[in-house]
Design a protein around this ligand. Structure first.
Ligand code: DGY
Length: 326
């Protein structure tokens, strides 16, 4: 019997590829930069499976180019890069990698929060610029974290993991979510409206998926509602914040600072005005980037792919309605 063929859009950790090799023939895109859309479209022509990343746009026409596609496995918890409605129409299950990156991403959201609050990147630049000449009472004074109020927008796995970290700093947690109030209270938070959260929080951290409803959820009005001493953290998707409104709010002192793991667009253009601001810390979408977690994400993507090739339910599927037996 001939083996299934699979296209993998980027080099993955060796353990994941070893597991894959036991089940199918595969081709891995070897370059550092993602394969162009047209290349993926061509590659899937004779493939049964695709392992892709959040940088790969996977839409209906691409799926149509692979009539034998049995499964699409996205190595990310977010799947806004995949047109799931198109996959549903074609009966293709789509896998993602929830759970394994929760704690790593929450660690990083808290690290960003602390770095901006205590002005750590500014402090390293201060030394590099030769400005450290003495101890001074007001130099690089930042904001306290202990005893502050943290607003968490979106209370899925990562939002809840952030709340657990906040508890260790005696931080009050306000939550904007569709989850029931009892669930929020059980996790140590207080369910409030987005407006109340923005007005009362010293830190606001975003943990919503990228959808039409969350596009530019944080714009001029929301930034204006925040305290002038507030710090905004985003480890979700760049498109959740209107970047022009954020630039103006940071420049004009409407909020104190921002820590962004994600931007709109990605990568951020080198002439983006946000990069000129001392009170904006931007890093290149690395919140889940621990060696252990990225390895687990790849292994999970492979497990989803193998299940899909065998016609079995994917362990983690974003469109279970097309899974076999449902
Ligand atoms: C995801 O998995 O969606 C994350 O953004 C990767 O860091």
């Amino acid at each position: 019997m001939s083996r299934d063929k699979v296209f993998v859009t980027r080099q993955l950790p060796p353990t994941a590829l070893e597991r894959l090799s036991a089940h199918c023939d595969f081709e891995v895109w070897q370059e550092f930069m993602p394969p162009p859309y047209e290349v993926i479209r061509e590659k899937v022509g004779d493939q049964s499976g695709l392992i892709c990343l959040l940088t790969d746009r996977i839409d209906g026409p691409l799926m149509d180019a692979g009539p034998g596609l049995k499964v699409i496995s996205n190595m990310a918890v977010g799947f806004d890069n995949v047109d799931v409605a198109a996959a549903n129409e074609r009966g293709i299950p789509v896998g993602n990698t929830p759970g394994v990156l929760t704690e790593t991403t929450a660690d990083f959201a808290f690290a960003l929060l602390m770095a901006v609050a205590r002005r750590i990147p500014e402090a390293t630049r201060y030394i590099a610029d030769g400005k450290w000449r003495t101890w001074h009472p007001t130099v690089l004074a930042g904001q306290d974290i202990f005893g502050a109020t943290l607003g968490i927008v979106g209370f899925g796995r990562i939002g809840q993991a952030l709340a657990r970290r906040a508890a260790g700093f005696n931080v009050r947690v306000l939550v904007d979510t569709l989850e029931p109030e009892a669930e929020v209270s059980a996790a140590g938070g207080e369910k409030v409206s987005l407006d109340e959260l923005l007005r009362e929080s010293d830190y606001v951290s975003l943990h919503v998926p990228m959808t039409d409803d969350t596009h530019h959820l944080i714009g001029k009005a929301e930034l204006t509602a925040m305290k002038p001493t507030a710090i905004l953290i985003n480890t979700s998707r760049g498109g959740v914040i209107d970047p022009s409104a954020l630039y103006e709010a940071l420049r004009d002192g409407e909020i104190l600072g921002a820590g962004l793991d994600v931007t709109e667009p990605e990568p951020i253009a080198l002439d983006d005005p946000l990069l000129t601001l001392d009170n904006c810390l931007i890093v290149p979408h690395i919140a889940s980037a621990s060696v252990a977690t990225r390895t687990k994400m790849a292994e999970m993507a492979v497990a989803n792919l193998i299940a899909g090739l065998r016609g079995l339910p994917l362990p983690t599927c974003v469109n279970p309605e097309v899974q076999p037996g449902t």
